[in-house]
Design a protein around this ligand. Structure first.
Ligand SMILES: Cc1ncc(COP(=O)(O)O)c(C=O)c1O
Length: 400
């Protein structure tokens, strides 16, 4: 990790607003930029080439795969690079279901495969499930969540059938930071002979993530949430699982995702994985949690009785604070406050004015959801920046 800022406006944010939108995307760590740069220029070769130009890119790709694998406790051969988190989710969900359909057609003589997910998933998962229903007649169950956004493992057990091939539940929610009980859900899933996929886009880099501890058979890693560029991600695929490829073609990525590999970006993801592992070992989780709780306390002091947490007090990503503030529109608040970059819901749908489906699924009223601000902290967030943000948000909300 390079150059942690010591004050507001420093690091990658010089002259910009106070950046509290790390769940939307992170800046690229300068160490990551340095690591990837040679693969745009001197090491431009195709990793599949047998001549000298292929050697360095091939080695770099292998090293990057090992770095990503190490971060999640996997073997290098279990990591498939993809072009986005959405693509990794699609490879997992579509890949498992279509492989089940084609590998054992007699099993489906009297009913279609069944997938279980839950209502607060990212659209990358929800739309992949919908497409399987629309195109292949797959049955999909959407489990509800409680007021903290949590899935009940008992409800999962009740929903499992002998046709269930996959359960896909995110590790942590992008809007509220709610961390799902993945290990328990995996136990239920495996007891019924199905596979578990978890989208760990938001948890990686903020808390330790280990595929065996979670019991995940498939796990999504997303670069632009962990200080690598947008447009690179990975899917962990437990050894021995067969998936239908997301891109058939030239056989790259174990035949699951064809296309000449984006070596520079894979190197970036590997480098980001290394930096993330070091940051977590050095106490980044605790540092973020302290800053996040300071921000929460300061806002409660400045807006007494008006601040309501969305998501559990404990069992939440250490960097995420989603609060509804009584009596205001979050969109109007942030529009009037250019000094703070934050979000009013999932940034993937910015521009939308309907209440967040994640918050309404958790039982918030439309009005409570429309007054919700998501503040997400990261590598360059400091005590000075959270204090300044609390001052600015508190003053703006106080007059609304
Ligand atoms: C939980 C989660 N999953 C998947 C994605 C999609 O990742 P990408 O933008 O790389 O497709 C995001 C990005 O917002 C996310 O937060």
């Amino acid at each position: 990790m390079t150059d942690i800022a010591t004050d507001t406006g420093a690091g990658p944010f010089r002259n910009g607003p106070i950046y509290l939108d790390y769940n939307a995307t992170t800046p690229i760590d300068p160490g990551v930029t340095d690591a990837m740069r040679p693969y745009f220029a001197e090491h431009f070769g195709n990793p599949s080439s047998s001549h000298a130009n292929g050697t360095a890119p091939r080695a770099a790709l292998a090293a990057a795969r090992a770095q990503v694998a190490a971060l999640v406790g996997a073997a290098a051969g279990e990591i498939v690079f993809t072009g986005s988190g959405s693509e990794a989710d699609t490879l997992a969900i579509r890949g498992v279901v279509l492989a089940a359909l084609t590998d054992d057609p007699t099993r489906w003589a009297h009913g279609r495969p069944h997938v279980i997910t839950q209502v607060t998933e990212h659209p990358a998962v929800l739309r992949a499930c919908e497409a399987l229903h629309r195109l292949h007649g797959i049955d999909v169950t959407y489990l509800p969540v409680d007021t903290d956004g949590l899935v009940d493992p008992g409800a999962l057990a009740d929903a499992m059938t002998d046709r269930t091939v996959l359960v896909t539940v995110m590790h942590a929610n992008n809007e509220t930071g709610t961390i799902q009980p993945i290990a328990e859900l995996a136990e239920v899933t495996h007891a019924h002979g199905a596979l578990l996929h978890t989208d760990a886009a938001q948890s990686i880099g903020k808390v330790a993530v280990h595929v065996d501890t979670l019991g995940a058979d498939l796990l999504t890693v997303v670069g632009h949430k962990m200080y690598a560029p947008k447009g690179i991600a990975a899917l962990y695929v437990r050894e021995g699982l067969r998936l239908e490829p997301v891109v058939p073609g030239g056989g790259q990525e174990r035949g699951l995702r064809a296309g000449t590999e984006n070596v520079a970006f894979a190197v970036a993801l590997g480098s980001a994985a290394d930096l993330t592992a070091h940051a977590i070992a050095a106490g980044e989780t605790e540092r973020l949690r302290d800053l996040r709780d300071t921000l929460h306390d300061l806002l409660e002091q400045r807006l007494p009785g008006r601040v309501h947490l969305n998501g559990p007090l404990h069992g939440r990503l250490p960097n995420t604070l989603n609060i509804s503030i009584d009596g205001l529109s979050a969109d109007a608040l942030l529009a009037d406050l250019p000094s703070v970059a934050a979000s009013t819901g999932s940034a993937c749908h910015s521009g939308r004015t309907e209440p967040s489906p994640v918050l309404t699924a958790m039982g918030r009223t439309p009005q409570q959801a429309l007054s919700a601000v998501r503040l997400s902290l990261g590598r360059w967030t400091t005590h000075a920046s959270v204090t300044a943000a609390a001052d600015a948000l508190g003053a703006a909300a106080a007059v609304t």
